[in-house]
Design a protein around this ligand. Structure first.
Ligand SMILES: Cc1cc2nc3c(=O)[nH]c(=O)nc-3n(C[C@H](O)[C@H](O)[C@H](O)COP(=O)(O)OP(=O)(O)OC[C@H]3O[C@@H](n4cnc5c(N)ncnc54)[C@H](O)[C@@H]3O)c2cc1C
Length: 431
């Protein structure tokens, strides 16, 4: 398989993506956004729509990091089922944590519809299925949790499941609405285009290497701002030693098929497209995308915490083979391209959104794992600039000073990689 991001190459070719020049010289602005992923772009959008003067600095190109590498699976669950959220956070916090990414989904979908973005948005119900007897309980318990909390769903038995997704050995499934597929790289390009037409100044290839007070410096110049919103990923220690300790990353893989024939597509989805999640490893997921292709995403514990990009197709090939065994109709379909990316995460997998410890004119929104969280958090920090009195206070569970099971002092002994791994295992077991 070729190491190439199909979503990006396709979108770049199709859309003649506008390139923004690097920053040169010194400028003053009302609001500076650092980072042009979905978090920064949504922060900038909320601000320009409120009439603010906005400058955005991006290290590479907008959507050039996680946001443009993503598979574009857009679900309110933030890739976690509702029951897991209840087990981890208790009922009340789970509802709040469910609400934030749900709002993120709404924001993305509304933006696409309002401005007519071309980014392959597809309404795709989620299908959370089991192909192992031992996991039937997991599906049924999730159904109960959703029922208790009045979230819409449909529980499908084997015969019903075979009518919508007839995989060999697939036993039971939960189907629920409210999820969408997008080409996230194309989405970022559309947001960039919109921001430019609304008057935002965007400088790409402009890495902020230092930030002192309300001034950020790049190799080509500097920006002083009344408000600074920092939405960057992979923060370097030199940039902010204390804050950088709070983020690591999880490596995940994607591949896309060559175009399927209409018969093959019907063999997978006889009654319409779905976004599928495999319960034992619900990080394996797949859905149809543009050009009658299937995109498959997944991660492995052996590569997830590696500090470097592991360019090996073996992780994703095993998922492809699994899908081919379940659907012999695609046994000869080629998957020629795969890519990996690193998702910034915190130790408890919930983003950190906070004010700078010395001034409320600087805010951070980082570790937003999921496009939904990214859109919500970017919008949230921008709303706090526009009118803090009208913005809900979520500092109790998004604040930078919340406690983690593996403390910062233990992290300094164990190292970042092991500490994050242990804390994530703890979070999984709490579920
Ligand atoms: C392979 C892969 C698949 C994924 N699939 C999905 C999915 O299907 N569904 C889903 O919801 N989520 C998915 N995700 C996760 C999701 O893409 C991210 O969580 C989300 O996009 C994070 O957005 P962000 O804006 O916070 O970060 P990023 O998109 O990482 O944006 C941060 C930006 O800051 C810039 N930057 C960094 N340092 C500096 C600096 N010093 N100066 C200026 N700019 C800087 C970076 O270049 C980058 O563009 C996936 C991620 C990956 C990697």
């Amino acid at each position: 398989m070729l190491y190439e991001n199909w979503l990006q190459t396709g979108a770049v070719n199709a859309q003649n993506t506008p390139d923004c020049p690097p920053l040169a010289g010194h400028i003053k602005t009302e609001c500076l956004v650092v980072g042009g992923g979905v978090t920064g772009l949504h922060a900038a959008l909320r601000l320009v729509l409120a009439g603010k003067q906005v400058t955005l600095l991006e290290k590479t190109i907008c959507g050039g990091s996680s946001s443009g590498q993503s598979g574009g699976f857009l679900t309110p669950e933030s890739e976690e089922d509702f029951l897991k959220l209840i087990r981890r956070y208790g009922k009340e916090r789970a509802k709040l944590i469910y609400r934030a990414p749900s709002e993120g989904v709404r924001l993305i979908v509304d933006t696409i519809q309002t401005y007519g973005f071309q980014c392959d948005m597809r309404t795709q119900d989620s299908l959370y299925f089991s192909n192992k007897r031992s996991h039937i309980d997991a599906v049924e318990e999730e159904a109960e949790a959703r029922e208790e909390n009045t979230l819409p769903f449909q529980l499908l038995n084997k015969a019903q499941l075979q009518q919508v997704h007839p995989g060999k050995g697939y036993l039971v499934a939960l189907r629920y609405p409210g999820s969408y597929g997008i080409n996230s790289f194309a989405y970022c390009q559309e947001l960039k285009r919109l921001l430019l037409t609304k008057g935002a100044a965007i400088f790409e290839h402009s890495e902020v290497h230092t930030q002192k007070g309300n001034t950020a410096r790049t190799n080509g110049g500097s920006v002083s701002a009344e408000h600074m919103l920092i939405c960057m990923d992979k923060m370097k220690t030199e940039f902010n030693r204390e804050l950088s300790k709070k983020f690591y990353h999880i490596q995940t893989y994607l591949t896309v098929s060559e175009p399927l024939t209409p018969e093959q597509m019907r063999a997978l989805f006889p009654s319409g497209e779905l976004m599928c999640w495999d319960t034992p490893w619900d990080y394996i997921h797949y859905r149809p995308v543009a050009g009658n292709r299937i995109i498959i995403g997944g991660s492995s514990p052996w590569t997830a915490y590696l500090p470097y990009h592991k360019r090996s197709s073996s992780v994703i090939s095993s998922f492809v083979n699994k899908l081919k065994r379940a659907f012999p109709a695609i046994k000869d379909t080629e998957f020629n391209q795969y890519w990996s990316g690193m998702i910034d995460v915190t130790k408890d997998l919930v983003p950190i959104v906070d004010y700078d410890k010395d001034t409320k004119s600087i805010q951070y929104a980082m570790g937003c794992a999921g496009l939904n969280w990214a859109a919500f958090c970017g919008d949230y920090i921008a709303r706090r600039v526009i009118d803090p009195t009208q913005t809900e206070d979520l500092s109790a569970f998004l604040g930078a000073h919340r406690k983690f099971w593996v403390s910062h002092s233990l992290q300094s002994i164990l190292g970042k990689r092991i500490s994050f791994f242990i804390n994530h295992v703890y979070e999984l077991l709490r579920r």
